[in-house]
Design a binder for this molecule. Structure first.
Ligand SMILES: NC(=O)c1ccc[n+]([C@@H]2O[C@H](COP(=O)([O-])OP(=O)(O)OC[C@H]3O[C@@H](n4cnc5c(N)ncnc54)[C@H](OP(=O)(O)O)[C@@H]3O)[C@@H](O)[C@H]2O)c1
Length: 310
């Protein structure tokens, strides 16, 4: 694995000692940008071979090292960044016997980039405060390409002082990093983001399938309408590959179902009505059943188009 990160200009920030937990598709390049921006980065990954590869790749950027546990990685760090899969993974790397909270120094800030529930964010925020630590929920949008280019959008929840301390450092891999409100607000904003995407991708799928059925030159149609009111990130970045029937990249359907599960659970709590989102979640379940668990979310169109890829 390599980060595939692209060179970018970094705003000058005092070098910090930081930890990064979870070197997956997102975490690996994000941690790489932190090293390139001049921070001393200690990484932890459950599968140690990824930490080794990361250290080899970024050794030239400065003081990088790997740790065998989240606790060891967090020792002495002012900021502990994390990007793992879901609520349970997050609890395990933060609160487990050799979790990060056990190694963090008083006042240190845990910044969680996992897409997780607002509940787990509030739970870890409260535990962090009890232990003299700080916690910011900070899910991201922008995908693997955004992480590699260092242009993610980061939505944060937590105390203003903790946010003010982490924001300049996180800008190494972001083009926007904004505090939405109190603990959990970052995760709630990410749920808004995923709700927008669910409806958008279904609409785009229906539009493309309709155009194909009508015999139109769809790459041409997308070029034309992409300059009008129907334009969207999904149309710009996924329209053409949807027409081609290519889905072996991008943001996996399994992850989208996890995210929509979080959205629908939160909606049950707060009373919001999400009829289209609930339906699209079921459509994604059909895509999973037909073998598309790791396909990009744009594979929603496969429910509407003939089996044979064009
Ligand atoms: N990929 C995207 O486009 C995208 C975009 C926005 C947000 N997100 C969100 O960002 C998060 C990470 O996504 P990703 O694509 O980077 O996932 P990924 O490639 O599957 O990486 C997950 C990382 O979490 C680690 N991990 C999982 N469970 C763990 C546990 N119990 N203990 C310790 N480490 C654990 C994995 O370690 P191993 O290497 O040992 O498996 C890996 O480093 C998810 O919440 C996802 O929804 C992803």
């Amino acid at each position: 694995m390599t980060a595939g990160i692209e060179a970018r200009e970094y705003t000058s920030v005092a070098p910090h000692r930081v930890a990064f937990l979870g070197l997956g598709v997102m975490g690996y390049p994000m941690a790489g940008h932190l090293a390139r921006a001049g921070h001393a980065v200690t990484v932890y990954n459950r599968t140690a071979s990824k930490s080794e590869a990361w250290c080899a790749e970024f050794a030239g950027a400065g003081a990088v090292k790997q740790a065998e546990t989240p606790q060891a990685a967090a020792q002495g760090a002012a900021l502990v960044f994390c990007c793992v899969g879901n609520d349970d993974d997050l609890r395990s790397v933060a609160l487990g016997a050799d979790g990060a909270f056990a190694g963090m120094r008083p006042g240190a800030i845990f910044v969680d980039h996992t897409t997780a529930s607002a509940e787990v964010a509030r739970e870890l925020y409260a535990t962090a405060r009890e232990r003299g630590l700080q916690f910011v929920d900070a899910p991201v949008s922008g995908g693997q390409a955004g992480a590699q280019k260092g242009v993610l959008t980061v939505m944060c929840g937590g105390d203003a002082a903790a946010f003010d301390a982490m924001q300049p450092v996180a800008m190494a891999y972001a083009r926007a990093c904004t505090r939405i409100g109190a603990s959990g607000s970052g995760q709630l904003a990410k749920m808004v983001n995923q709700t927008c995407i669910a409806g958008m991708v279904q609409g785009l799928s229906e539009a493309i399938a309709f155009g194909q059925q009508a015999g139109l030159d769809m790459p041409l149609v997308l070029d034309v309408i992409g300059k009008g009111a129907a334009q969207s990130w999904q149309m710009d970045n996924r329209g053409r590959t949807m027409v081609e029937g290519r889905f072996d990249f991008g943001f996996a359907v399994d992850w989208m179902r996890k995210d929509l599960g979080l959205v629908l659970a939160e909606a049950r709590r707060n009373g919001a009505l999400l009829p289209v989102t609930a339906l699209v979640d079921q459509f994604y379940a059909e895509v999973q059943r037909s073998g598309g668990r790791r396909w990009d979310t744009s594979s929603l169109i496969t429910r509407l188009t003939p089996d044979e890829p064009r």
